[in-house]
Ligand binder design. Structure first.
Ligand code: PYC
Length: 317
């Protein structure tokens, strides 16, 4: 070993319950002219570092890491690569809100808005007067509707496949109830759906893996339209309503004629937190906006002592 330096400085936050760990210094920049190339390099060459930062014993499986890079587009402030216990995410909505809150907390923002480059396109954020943060996401779309898959233990499940910066299978279920009390059962059900999708070779465009499963049920809050449970690729669930998942939901609602441009969709999470989403059309494309809050929880140096057998984390891949 080891690719892992002695210390890495991070700022931790949560966005509507879901953790983000922004790397502030100590991580050697991955090479590449585009964000997709840098992301591929991070996956290929820096997986020990990735696991060291997000996995136990310094993190846990639900943490999403964010590595800031120089921008690749002229009008952008920075680039970001989001990563987790098993790899990288194309985009991450809660993570971008966490990055915005962290940059503001560190006094690193020139104004209240910024454009940020990701491996799947340039996104943006605005810090609102009340402290909430609105992100503008990459173009999102419903890929296929009413896709049926046979799931052991659940029977035939029908849902939609959509892109919101990551690939999602979105379905309504009545049992287990979408309730925090049933989070373990919901995790098992969504993992079973994910496995059945893989076995049936149901994919996104061009054979892309569907690596998020989003289950919907009735809202428990008066100010929400629906409540969700989102399975993430590292087999953890999103504590927030999931920014890319809410974008995918908006794309499906729009495709079904159930949400007009500008109309609000209020998505409650399994923990009871809320994102408000809407979209605008530019030509044939649909661009979602997601609004939520993030709070800084820690500013620290992760320490990697020589001889520590868990320098590059426990678990993950
Ligand atoms: O907010 O887009 C999101 C997200 C993806 C995985 C975890 N959170």
């Amino acid at each position: 070993m080891s690719q892992v330096p002695n210390t890495i400085d991070v700022v931790d936050s949560h966005t509507e319950g879901e953790p983000t760990r922004v790397v502030v210094s100590g991580w050697p920049q991955p090479a590449g002219a585009t964000m997709a190339e840098r992301c591929a390099e991070l996956i290929r060459e820096q997986s020990a570092l990735r696991r060291a930062v997000v996995c136990e014993p310094r993190g846990h499986d639900a943490v999403v890491g964010a590595l800031l890079t120089p921008p690749v587009e002229q009008d952008s402030t920075a680039g970001v690569i989001f990563f987790n216990n098993v790899g990288a995410l194309g985009m991450c909505g809660h993570g971008l809100i966490g990055v915005a809150r962290t940059l503001s907390f560190l006094g690193r923002l020139d104004g209240d808005t910024a454009r940020i480059d990701t491996p799947v396109g340039t996104v943006g954020f605005a810090i609102e007067a009340d402290g909430s943060i609105t992100i503008s996401n990459v173009a999102s779309r419903c890929h296929s509707r009413d896709v049926a898959v046979d799931v052991p233990g659940l029977g035939r499940v029908t849902g939609d496949v959509a892109w919101g910066g990551n690939w999602f299978f979105l379905t309504q279920i009545s049992s287990p109830a979408i309730s925090f009390d049933y989070r373990r059962e919901l995790l098992s059900a969504s993992v079973a759906i994910k496995r059945a999708l893989d076995e049936a070779r149901i994919t996104g465009e061009g054979g892309a893996e569907i690596d998020h499963v989003e289950l919907f049920g009735p809202a428990s809050r008066d100010d929400a339209d629906s409540r969700n449970f989102v399975l993430c690729p590292g087999l953890e669930y999103d504590r927030s309503p999931c920014g890319t998942g809410t974008s995918a939901k908006i794309a499906v609602l729009a495709a079904r004629g159930k949400l007009d441009p500008g109309e609000r969709w209020r998505q409650e999470s399994i923990t009871g937190s809320l994102f408000t989403g809407w979209y605008e059309r530019r030509g044939d494309e649909l661009f979602p906006f997601i609004s939520g809050r993030a709070f800084v929880t820690a500013r620290s140096s992760l320490v990697f002592e020589p001889g520590d057998p868990f320098l590059d984390g426990i678990g993950g891949r």
